[in-house]
Design a protein around this ligand. Sequence first.
Ligand SMILES: Nc1nc2c(ncn2[C@@H]2O[C@H](COP(=O)(O)OP(=O)(O)OP(=O)(O)O)[C@@H](O)[C@H]2O)c(=O)[nH]1
Ligand SMILES: [Mg+2]
Length: 192
Amino acid sequence: MIIKKALLETVIGTRSEIPVHELPEFAFAGKSNVGKSSLINAIMQRKSLARTSSEPGKTRTINYYNVNDALYLVDLPGYGYSKAGKEEAASWGRMVERYLHGSKVLKQVFLLVDIRHAPGANDCQMYEWIEAQGFEPVIIATKLDKINRSQTQKQLKLLRTTLGCKDALMIPFSAKTKQGLEEIYALFESCD
Ligand SMILES: Nc1nc2c(ncn2[C@@H]2O[C@H](COP(=O)(O)OP(=O)(O)OP(=O)(O)O)[C@@H](O)[C@H]2O)c(=O)[nH]1
Ligand SMILES: [Mg+2]
């Protein structure tokens, strides 16, 4: 995929209306710090357009990145951020739910989980939410570079059984080596 243009076009907070778009949207959900913004940067071939941080809870809004005037990448706020109060966590949850329910042009939802660890209850809940809104989540197993190659299949199996997804597409990905990126580009093209 040749990236001719990539820009942060719209940022919405918990009380904003969901923007109405004509271009297809691809959304990225997952626990805080799992690597959503890093993946979005890799897709856009930009180092730091989407803000990343080693401190969880960086993305607290829904951020829409326009790519090539052809599609939007939608960076959703991460859940499971321990310093967030209950109220705040609940309002983010409602915002994400409202987005999944409200967008008319959402083509695909990517659920990111760290390849090193078994998904938690909130990951399983997110998976169910996505399915309940009629989408088939694509699982991105992030931080692939952090495990030994021999562990990959075993970890993917662990993700699959914990999330309870038999047939979901699973793409192991590393923002460091960019492994998995071509498969993600292929998905965008197949949704055209
Ligand atoms: N080694 C390695 N580090 C990664 C990878 N992806 C993300 N990271 C690191 O993990 C940390 C969190 O990444 P972000 O992309 O900011 O995570 P996020 O999911 O956007 O986090 P929130 O905005 O808090 O929800 C950063 O320090 C990244 O550099 C990866 O594939 N490999
Ligand atoms: Mg982020």
